[in-house]
Design a protein around this ligand. Structure first.
Ligand SMILES: Nc1ncnc2c1ncn2[C@@H]1O[C@H](COP(=O)(O)OP(=O)(O)O)[C@@H](O)[C@H]1O
Ligand SMILES: [Mg+2]
Length: 257
């Protein structure tokens, strides 16, 4: 297994507050990783750093052997790291297909004139993007909603639509910030199946933040546990489940999980 991404002692502080003190991780190609921890542990800040939304105040991020620390989000995305946000960020009035097309068009090469003159290249590429968008809707099992307004989809389908949109941008690594938040058990099960399926189909690497322990334990092959801005444990689901530090700091409080 080759290492796709490596975070080395990454930290982020906001005006004196150390949101992340020390985050290190090795993400191998083709695996599904979980990132868990109580609210405020620093999980979203980690994804913000890995996706270029925030520049770490310390540490290094290596991706495919290159130092990408401080790269802007669009450059990180074009290199193959795509993410979703903790809150839905769809264009509600646009259709599901149109939302997904935005992802597919991220790698658009041609310029303004191609579009204006409707060159052959323009037409061929647009057709390809459209087909890719439709394929990703299928992949997420929401193609029946292709022409429906995004905000009219059931909640669980809206969250899968966000994933379809980033899949259309040809990611190597996807970072999902609480994709199952607010879902009922059926929606969570559909999500788990869709993520697994996408991983197989595209040899994707996945890192997801999640509170739903059923989703984490079912889906993830390796888990990082954070508390107060630091990784306090990492290992397989079995190792994490029986780690006294994790039980004390995290799992012990999950009485309703
Ligand atoms: N942009 C920001 N400015 C100031 N403080 C922030 C900012 N983003 C996050 N924080 C703080 O950093 C800590 C970690 O936040 P976050 O990464 O969102 O945690 P988690 O996702 O694990 O719940 C929290 O105390 C939060 O209030
Ligand atoms: Mg968060």
């Amino acid at each position: 297994m080759s290492v796709l991404l490596e975070a080395r002692n990454c930290g982020k502080s906001f005006k004196g507050l150390q949101a992340v003190k020390d985050f290190s991780a090795r993400i191998e190609e083709g695996k599904i990783y979980g990132l868990i921890g109580t609210n405020g542990a620093g999980k979203t800040t980690v994804i913000n750093m890995l996706s270029g939304v925030l520049t770490p105040t310390s540490g290094t991020i290596l991706y495919e052997g290159r130092d990408i620390t401080g790269w802007k989000p669009d450059r990180v995305a074009k290199a193959g790291i795509l993410r979703t946000y903790q809150n839905l960020r769809l264009f509600g009035k646009m259709t599901a297909a149109e939302n997904t097309l935005i992802g597919a068009q991220m790698h658009r090469q041609y310029g303004f004139l191609d579009g204006l003159l409707h060159t052959k290249r323009f037409a061929e590429n647009e057709k390809r993007y459209h087909e890719k968008a439709m394929k990703m809707l299928e992949e997420m099992e929401i193609s029946a909603y292709a022409d429906s307004r995004a905000d009219s989809l059931p909640y669980g389908s809206q969250r899968r639509l966000e994933i379809a949109r980033i899949l259309a941008a040809d990611p190597k690594l996807i970072l999902l910030d609480e994709p199952a938040a607010g879902m009922n058990p059926q929606e969570s099960a559909d999500l788990v199946r869709a993520i697994r399926h996408a991983r197989e189909e595209f040899n994707l690497t996945v890192l997801l933040i999640e509170h739903d322990m059923k989703v984490i334990m079912n889906l993830c092959e390796y888990i990082y546990v954070m508390a107060s801005g630091e990784v306090i444990a990492s290992g397989t689901p079995e190792e994490i489940r029986s780690d006294p530090k994790v039980i004390a700091a995290y799992l012990g409080r999950q009485t309703n999980a």
